[in-house]
Each structure stands twice: as C-alpha cells, then as structure tokens.
Design a protein around this ligand. Structure first.
Ligand code: IVH
Length: 719
C-alpha cells in the first residue's frame, strides 16, 4: 500500500501526530521482522528513510514525541520467540566518548555536578568494554531463577535454559549473598572458540560466521540449548539490577563481591584517580587489545563510590556516573584491485577482494572475504539488502574496510561518489575458474531457496578441489602428517616428475617406494627440504599407516561429515569394511541399511544422503581402494564393559526422561558399551520409553522390540 507522503515542513500538527503514530507502528513492525525472525520486508535504505522521517517530524514538533517513539527505544525490540521478561530495573546503555578531551569533560562534569573542586579526590573504575551481549541474571534465595537479555532495556527475552549451559555462571550463590539479586554482565564468545568453530564449519563445507559477537548472540538465541552448549560461551560480571541488600559501597567492592560469589570478573579492571591515569590506562588496554582472547570495543569508566553514583543519577537513557571510551573504529578506505575466486575442498567458490594494502587498527589488510555472489550484490542471507544503501561491490571501487570485532576484515560499504564511471557490475562466474566445470547454486530441497554458495561441479577433475582435499587429508584432525603443510602439498601436487607427484591422497603413501634414490637429491635441492626433513617426512607418513577409523572417515572429506559425524559413524559400524558395505547397501535410500544410517543419533537425512552419494561414485571407491592398499583403518574401540548386560545392544530413548537429561542417559549407555540410536528398527534391542512417547513406541511394539520404563532400564544397568 503506497502512502502519499506530505513534505515534513508542510505538515500541520494534527497530520504530524498521525504520521508519528503510523511511523512508530511501522518501524516497530520492521524492527521485529529484522531482529526477531530475520526476515526483513524492506531494504535497510527504506528503513533508514522511515527513521529519518520520524526524526525530522519530531524535530519540527518536539511536543509530539511519543513514549513509544523509535527515537526513544534502546537497542532492538524483543523477538517474541522466547518468553518476555520485564526487568525489575531497566537495563540502560552508556554514553560514548571518543577523544581524550571528551574524557576530561566527563570527569569535569562529575565534579561539577557534585559541587566538588576538581582535585583528583574522586575514584573511577576503568573496565574493558566487552563486545558481547548484556545479560541480567536473577537470583532468588541464592538460586538462579531467570536469565534475560537486555531487549529494549525494559523487556528482554528469557534465555535461562541457554544460560544454564554456560558453566562459569554459578547457578547458586553462597549463603552470604542477598535474598534477591540481579547480577548483570556480558556474555561473549572467546576468539579462540570462534576460530575453532569456523575451522570446523570450513572442514564441513558450511558457511563460516562473521564475528564472535554475532555468533554469541545467535548461539544464545537458539531454541535448542544443546547448540548453545556446543558454542562454549563465557561471561564477565560488572553490574547489577534489583538487589535486596548491598554487599559493598563501591563499584570496585561490588565486582570483588561478584568474584567471591563465583562469577568471572575482568582482570584488567583498575581503580584510578585522575584523567591522566585514566588515559594512560586506556592506551595500555588498547595495546593489549589484539592479544586478548575476547573482543573489546573500549574502556568503561564509572564513578567508584555508589553514594556518589546515586547522587549523579541518570539522564533519560544513560547514567551520569559512567561513560564508554570507545576505541577508534578500525576502519579505513582503500580500493578493490581485483575480485578473485577461491575454490575450496567441497567446490565452494568464495570471492575474495584483493585490496590495495591498508593498515586497519595496526594490521595490514590486503584481502577481505566477500562471502558469496549475493554478498557482492548487496544481498544478505535472508534476502535483505546489506551495507547501508545496499550497494554492490565492483572492481575499482573505493571501499570502507573494517576489521569487524578485531577479527576478519570486511567491506563495510562502497563510496559511490568515487566509483569510476567505467566500472561495471561484477559478474559472478558460472564456470569454475580452476577447472572450467559448471559452477551452480544448488537449490535447498527443503526450502526451495537457492543456496548462497556457488559450487564447482567438477569434483575430482578440479585441481583446486583435489589439492584442497589433500590438505584436508593431512590436516591435524585427519591423518595429521607432520611435514606435509600447505606449502609442501602445493609443491608435490604441482610436481611434474611422476616420482614426486602427489595428486590424490594414496600417492602420499607410495611416495617413498616411487623413489629410485633420486628423490633425496631432487628434494634436497628444493628450498625447504633437507636430507633430515625428507627422512622425517617418510617417517611421519609411515607412522600413519595404521589410523583410527574415525580419522580415516573424516579424512575422506565427505561433504557434511565433520569430526563429530565421523566419530559417530566409526562407533556405529566398528570397522571400515562394515561401514563401506552398509553405505553401499544404503544407496537406494530406503531399506534396512538406509534406515540404520538414519537412526544414528546425530545423523540427519542431508548428511546420510551425502555419505551414500560419496559411496556411489566409482572414482571415490577407486581412490579409497588404493588408500586401503597402503593404510589400515583400525577398528573403532567401542568402550565395552564386558560384564555389562547392555554391551553391544542398541537402545533408543523416547519420551521424556525424568531421572536424567537425554545427554546424560546417552553418555551412560554408551559408557556401558551400548549403542544409542535415534530411531527404532529391527536392530533395536531396547526402547526406553518415558511419558509422552509416541511413534517410536508404536514402532517398537509393531516390531516386537522390548520396551521398558526408565526405572526398568536403571535396574538393568545396575542403577
Ligand atoms: S555498564 C548502566 N560495564 O556496553 C550501565 N557495560 O554501551 C550499564 N558493556 O549494555 C552498563 N562492558 O552490554 C558496563 N564493563 C562494562 C561493560 C558494559 C560491556 C556493554 C553492555 C552495555 C553496553 C553499553
């Protein structure tokens, strides 16, 4: 529905009031779509236009500013997926300061407000400003009762079940803690955990995450707490909301108290007396920033004495007693010299912007990932426009680069005024730049939407996929062959001499026997290989002629089969022969073998399909056979407690369990040598059914599988 817009300066008061009401509703609607369901209906530019119109009308008619005006809202509106929690005390934000001068103004304003001579008598705490998500943890009678996100500052989301997965957040407070206390602080993801997660995503051929903050936020807003648990989130306590009695009378004392209650508090917090000390500390933290295992975006200064905080009070949205001294945005202008396409192991074509080298926050940046075709066009994962105006990115463009959250360089925006007149829109290749095979965007069978990733269809024909595959094969969690790093793999892959070349993984194991004595001489002359390193390399290769089954399966590089899945497969099938045979039997995607594969707890249909596809391809089978001529995958060690009555049995848990969590029940059963399956088949030995069991229970009865209660099961395994 198009709305006839009257120019702001022509509006009369009545029209302005109606317009503000309409804009408030409309903006709230788009906020909810954007933040809640990740499905915006309008472009960022159109959204900004709505906000600008709202602001312009408010500037003209300040008396009409609504309580629910978008200009008065702090942060994002709650999303509605989780239950809402009204904060007992609002969660406010901080004013920002950017320069040394701003800081001395802030300190001066505190003295002025309190009517004290500026004599360095007032202490301030300085705490790193953690770049995560603020969280309010409510304890009643020393038990954690609710964990809520900030939301719009007044109402947040109840994410208690997810917060319970963060081990370092205490669920109980010591006896000396007040009856009611809301401990507030920041949930964040460590950079190391973020990198590890992305490495895993990459190994599994999945899209990677952009930065730790967004990943932490996404992880916390998962409906499935198991996912949250796997993300290893962390927490720092630094503030409080409602509290029935005060355990300390300074900010410093409060944070110390939190520490004694078992909360992690930030070790870089200081208590300082003067502007000079504050600024010196800020510089020092700035220097340490890159080495910290968490992202920070500034330093927060707070008046230490709580009685003074009380007197200073609040402005509408932020306290007068605190300010956030932000680090300068790590952004810089540079030009895109080229857009290159990298082809990964699974054939994903990833565009990379080659930039004119530029220093961003002390680090030289020469590349920035452009993720995929849509991203270059200015379209996000949900089809929304990205970057402020949704501009596309072109070769020759001047762009703003940012090291997002300290980590990965990103192209923030394009400076359109500087776009060369001759520039043309980037055409994403439809052929693999390495092997020339068609590159396609697959359609997601479930959603019918196009995948964001463009993939080379060349498979083994594609040299890029082949070489990346070898790199994966020798990587740390696969065959872990020392001395075969990226550089060496490239060298052997490119080698023309048949006695030196490694084109597929089995070639690694024939390298030694292909030598006629000349390799040493040939290799020794190549930079980076000496006599000793050649011998070491052969030893390292020989050391892997026997290998754990799960590593072997992971090393095959089957799409969607990461380490976890490889482990599940190894444990379920026990030996390579049994695994391969079962996968071939499962090829028609129905029947017992297929059902058994799908019944493995943790393996879904997409993964199952990908595995059987791998075993359908004759070329794969041939490579695996050549590999098996050289190496022996060791049968998986299933931890069998020989005297356990359930060793070797397959059990399915269904319905709700009352004595254990599902995870704990599974771990116990596996510890006793049982296999835990996700669905019931003829191979199932026991079905443990709790209240609410449905179709699995019916299936068990139909197949005549033994059904028991949780108590029966406990009795069987010996309590
Ligand atoms: S104090 C009333 N202390 O920054 C003041 N906030 O821009 C409450 N933050 O919403 C906040 N580290 O998410 C405070 N040491 C710290 C902080 C911190 C990070 C975040 C917090 C807050 C935002 C304000």
């Amino acid at each position: 529905m198009a709305v006839e817009l009257i120019a702001v300066e022509d509006l009369n008061e009545e029209q302005a009031r109606a317009e503000l009401a309409r804009l408030s509703g409309e903006i709230a609607h788009h906020d909810a779509l954007y933040h809640g369901k990740d499905k915006p209906e309008i472009s960022d530019a159109d959204y900004d236009a709505l906000k600008r119109r709202n602001d312009a009308i408010e500037a003209q008619f300040p008396q009409l500013v609504r309580i629910d005006s978008p200009s008065q809202r702090v942060g994002a509106a709650p999303a509605g997926i989780f239950a809402q929690v009204t904060h007992a005390r609002p969660m406010l934000s901080l004013d920002n300061t950017f320069s040394d001068e701003d800081v001395s103004d802030f300190v001066a304003s505190v003295y002025r407000f309190l009517g004290v001579m500026p004599d360095n008598s007032i202490a301030f705490t300085a705490e790193p400003k953690i770049d995560g998500l603020s969280m309010s943890l409510r304890y009643e009678n020393r038990k954690l009762v609710t964990a809520a996100t900030r939301g719009d500052g007044t109402t947040g989301e109840n994410v208690t079940v997810n917060i319970l997965t963060i081990k370092e957040i205490p669920t109980e407070l010591p006896a000396d803690a007040p009856d009611v206390v809301e401990v507030r602080g920041e949930v964040y993801m460590a950079k190391s955990a973020f990198f590890a997660l992305n490495a895993q995503m990459e190994a599994e051929g999945k899209p990677t995450y952009v930065n730790p903050r967004n990943t932490a936020s996404g992880s916390l807003r998962q409906l499935d707490p198991k996912v949250t648990a796997s993300r290893k989130l962390k927490f720092f306590a630094y503030a409080w909301g409602e509290i029935s009695s005060m355990p300390a009378d300074t900010q410093w004392g409060m944070v110390e108290t939190f520490r004694t209650w078992g909360f992690p508090v930030n070790p870089l917090t200081r208590r300082l007396m003067s502007v000079d000390e504050i600024i010196a500390h800020y510089r020092e933290i700035g220097l340490q920033r890159a080495d910290l295992d968490y992202d920070i975006d500034g330093v927060v200064y707070k008046v230490d004495r709580l009685d003074l905080q009380g007197r200073l009070g609040f402005r509408s949205r932020s306290p007068r007693w605190a300010t956030a001294h932000k680090f300068p945005a790590e952004q810089a202008f540079t030009t895109v010299e080229a857009i290159d396409i990298q082809v990964g192991r699974t054939g994903a074509l990833t565009p990379v912007a080659r930039l004119e080298p530029i220093t961003v926050g002390g680090v030289v940046v020469t590349n920035a990932t452009l993720h995929n075709a849509d991203y270059i066009e200015g379209i996000g994962n949900g089809g929304e426009r990205i970057r402020p105006e949704g501009h596309d990115i072109r070769v020759g463009d001047t762009v703003i680069v940012q090291r997002a959250g300290d980590v990965i360089p990103q192209v923030l925006d394009v400076v359109l005024e500087k776009r060369p007149a001759t520039s043309v829109q980037y055409l994403f290749p439809t052929k693999c730049p390495v092997c020339g095979s068609h590159a396609v965007r697959e359609k997601n069978e479930k959603t019918g939407k196009l995948d964001s990733v463009t993939r080379c269809t060349g498979g083994f024909v594609c040299r890029a996929q082949a070489v990346e595959h070898i790199k994966h094969f020798v990587s740390r969690n696969a065959f872990d062959i020392e001395g075969l790093g990226t550089k060496q793999v490239d060298f052997f892959f490119e080698a023309e001499d048949p006695s030196l070349s490694i084109r597929t993984a089995p070639d690694i194991f024939t390298l030694k026997k292909r030598q006629d004595g000349s390799l040493l001489t040939k290799l020794e002359n190549i930079e980076g290989f000496g006599r000793v390193s050649v011998r070491k390399l052969f030893d390292a290769i020989d050391a892997r002629r026997e290998i754990a089954l799960q590593r072997f399966i992971f090393a095959l590089g089957i799409r969607h089969v990461g380490e976890t899945t490889a482990k599940l497969l190894a444990r379920s099938y026990g030996s390579y022969a049994a695994f391969a045979e079962a996968m071939q039997a499962a090829a028609p995607r129905h029947g017992d073998a297929w059902n058994e594969l799908n019944s493995i707890d943790g393996i879904g249909e997409v993964v199952a399909a990908s595995i059987v596809e791998f075993f359908k391809e004759p070329r794969n089978l041939q490579v695996v056979q050549r590999l098996l001529d050289e190496v022996t995958p060791l049968d998986a060690e299933v931890p069998v407690a020989s005297n356990s009555p359930v060793a070797g049995k397959t059990v399915v848990f269904t319905g709700s369990l009352e004595r254990f969590t599902r995870d704990e029940a599974k771990a116990r059963a596996e510890g006793l040598g049982a296999k835990v399956a996700g669905s019931v088949s003829k191979k199932t030995d026991y079905v443990v059914a709790g209240p609410g069991a449905g179709s699995k229970l019916d299936k068990a009865r139909e197949l005549g599988v033994s059904v028991m209660t949780e108590d029966d099961w406990l009795e069987l395994i010996g309590g």
